[in-house]
Design a protein around this ligand. Structure first.
Ligand code: ZN
Length: 301
């Protein structure tokens, strides 16, 4: 079958909504739907209904890419492959979401984290084109990161959990105890949208640019980016998500990250051109759903 006859199904599974799309890339999305995230069976059955209905007019899907919130098991050799792993999200722990799709669709299904999916989308069509090593980080209600290492998405033992690394927490400067149910004041516990809301008693999008909250936020993000830079040596770090997309935040983050690295990574990208090292997504808020399409495309290669 030639590429131009292929049709991919993409699913971006989020905690509040699932986005489904059919197409082959940013310039060719043939149908799209948003589904409210409820119980796993109900949500996936609505996804199935959307694809089945669209297949009647558009033709059969060649492959499905499913980029989902986690933690999840993306290892096809594992007995719990395709399942959501223990999560505080009620009803979803142990849900075999890929199995539910398999009952209906007899095509290759690629399953990965939402952030690995978004990373792949940025590699295929966005700001990571041509790169072999980069990170996609989302800072929204929670924080997660996907990594592309030596030309491939990184999974490792299960998959990276970039939101849950430790950061320095100066209690004198920030007395908030942290919002992570597992670690308290990990990076996500201190810097997620939820943490901002709990610390300041208001949502991040109501905090004006001059508010001290943003200095603190930039400080925590910079600490995490410096750590990722030291550990994975990415060529670029792409930052998306509702909080990560606040326009005045990235300049602060770039400055603080460069200060923390303090010349130790001796690359002109960091020393002279950090604007090209820490960037916003090329696909805007479409990295996730287009990444799911890219996962489907990759499932056939
Ligand atoms: Zn944590």
């Amino acid at each position: 079958m030639k590429n131009n006859h292929r049709l991919y199904g993409g699913i971006e599974g989020g905690g509040t909504k699932f986005v489904c799309a059919i197409g082959t890339g940013p310039d060719n999305i043939r149908a799209e739907a948003r589904i409210h995230t409820t119980a796993p069976e109900e949500t996936i059955s609505q996804v199935v209904d959307f694809f089945k209905h669209q297949e009647d007019s558009l033709g059969k899907l060649s492959a499905i890419g499913f980029a989902c919130f986690g933690p999840l098991d993306p290892n096809p050799a594992s007995p719990t492959y395709g399942c959501i792993l223990p999560t505080p999200k009620p009803g979803w722990a142990g849900a075999n979401v890929v199995g539910m799709l398999r009952e209906v669709f007899d095509v290759p299904i690629a399953f990965d984290t939402d952030v690995n999916g978004a990373a792949l989308g940025e590699w295929r069509w966005g700001k990571a084109q041509g790169l072999q090593n980069f990170i996609y980080l989302t800072i929204g209600t929670g924080i997660g990161g996907g990594a592309f290492v030596e030309g491939k998405l990184l999974h490792g033992l299960i998959h990276p959990e970039m939101g849950h690394i430790a950061v320095k927490h100066d209690i004198d400067k920030d007395s908030f105890e942290g919002a992570c149910p597992f670690h308290g004041d990990c990076f996500e516990g201190l810097a997620s949208g939820l943490a901002i809301e709990k610390r300041w008693g208001r949502r991040s999008n109501t905090l004006p640019p001059g508010h001290i909250a943003w200095e603190l936020e930039a400080e925590y993000i910079a600490q995490a980016l410096a750590s990722y830079s030291f550990v994975l040596s990415p060529q670029r770090i792409i930052i998306g998500g509702g909080v990560g997309s606040v326009p005045h935040l990235l300049p602060k983050v770039r400055k603080k990250t460069r200060e923390l690295i303090n010349g130790y990574i001796h690359s002109p990208v960091i020393l002279e051109n950090i604007e090209s090292y820490i960037v916003s997504p090329g696909l805007g808020n479409r990295s996730g759903i287009l990444g799911a399409i890219a996962l489907a495309e990759q499932a056939l290669q």
